[in-house]
Design a protein around this ligand. Sequence first.
Ligand SMILES: Nc1ncnc2c1ncn2[C@@H]1O[C@H](COP(=O)(O)OP(=O)(O)OP(=O)(O)O)[C@@H](O)[C@H]1O
Ligand SMILES: [Mg+2]
Length: 455
Amino acid sequence: MKGYKILIVEDDQKMNQGLLHIISKEGYFVQSVDSGEKALEKIRDTQFDLIISDLKLPGIDGRQLLSATKKYDPNILFVIITAYGTVDTAVSAMKEGAEDYILKPFDLEELRLVIKKIMEKRELFLSNIRLQRQLEKKYTFDNIIGTSEAMMMVFKTINRVKDSKTTVLIRGETGTGKELVARALHFNSDKALKPYLPVNCAALNENLLSSELFGHVKGAFTGAVSDKQGLFEAANGGTVFLDEIGDIGTGLQQTFLRVLESGEIQPVGSFERKKVFVRIIAATNKNLEAMIEQGSFREDLYYRLNVVIIDLPPLRERKGDIGILAHHFLKQYSAQNNKSITRISKEVLRLLENYAWPGNVRELENIIERATLFEVSQEVTPDSLPPALTMPPLISDMKSFSKDINSLEQLSKKHIIKVLETTHQNKTQASKLLGIDRSTLWRIMNRLEMNSNNR
Ligand SMILES: Nc1ncnc2c1ncn2[C@@H]1O[C@H](COP(=O)(O)OP(=O)(O)OP(=O)(O)O)[C@@H](O)[C@H]1O
Ligand SMILES: [Mg+2]
């Protein structure tokens, strides 16, 4: 609470000095003046957080000062001090933007409490602003990493459509950054200060989801004890992000279609429709076209959603991004875990580039985070990678082997040689990777007449 600046405006000299003394003792920076005119001069030189002003003042009175202050800077908080007879005026001052009023005569404890409460609100307000700034920073493009042609296309599309009202459909496998793109679209748009409300359509059943999105009226169903506003209304002017849109049932698909066509929502159990102005961004990892073929997704809804499509390619199709993403995450997690790992070994980069990344960027992020915890040197080495990466690809994936495979035995032999190469001929590690005992490995190697060197 320390460091906040308070201005006292009080024409009664004794009261003025008394307040100055008491409030200073609380650790605030306090100044006092004896008229509204002087107060207006003061607020031009000093950024006050709070003004505590008497209502009755000789020239400009407390209410006029309140209105002038709020016009000058609506973030300056205001408290009116008033006598019993003028409570009505104090109440209307609150309607005009004062945070609170104090009745004369007041005791010290009361004054302390009022100031404390207001300053806590101030603290919250300031930390919200800080958080908002962080969020904005987090979701600017700086945080979407990628220089591949496909990602450049994504950035270009985000820039082109961010400020429009058009519905955007983001498609991509799990972990490709769909939510990241949705946030970038919102937080870089002219709606950035309005709400961004994400909803995971797969997480709720149809009825719950309807009430969550469109609200309900009291008595709409058992447990609906009062009217409830839905996300669409709460997001008015901003963005609703419908995540996993491919997972909604046909009933809701029809409702969405109506909302998209009319811009109106209908709370559950209500006959009234309400106009809402929200930007809709939808995302899915499903193949909606295939679902249309199978009859599980409405074609008309699909055409409403896909006005603009952003396709996020799987990581294995933009190998060029793997290295920069890995370095980006390394910097982040190394700092977060108080490590000073700054490099990634060539061998690790090769392993990362050859991996299939079923979990895409999320998986890469997790693997680098894990590596920063496991790595003991200042460079990420294969030792700090999980087995999935260091183990050679499954036999079925080993296309290069298909040419000269005559028998299962030969195939096993090749596979074991490959695994031993990865473990630098360490059989204990190799048997772990192969999921067999060391003695079993030894037996197989004997049978296949593989050279044995006992490590
Ligand atoms: N291009 C990128 N640059 C930096 N970080 C990324 C990128 N793509 C994804 N990420 C990170 O990967 C993680 C997963 O991203 P996100 O949640 O956006 O994926 P998603 O496509 O929504 O996945 P899902 O379908 O599983 O919900 C997040 O931590 C995100 O910050
Ligand atoms: Mg997601």
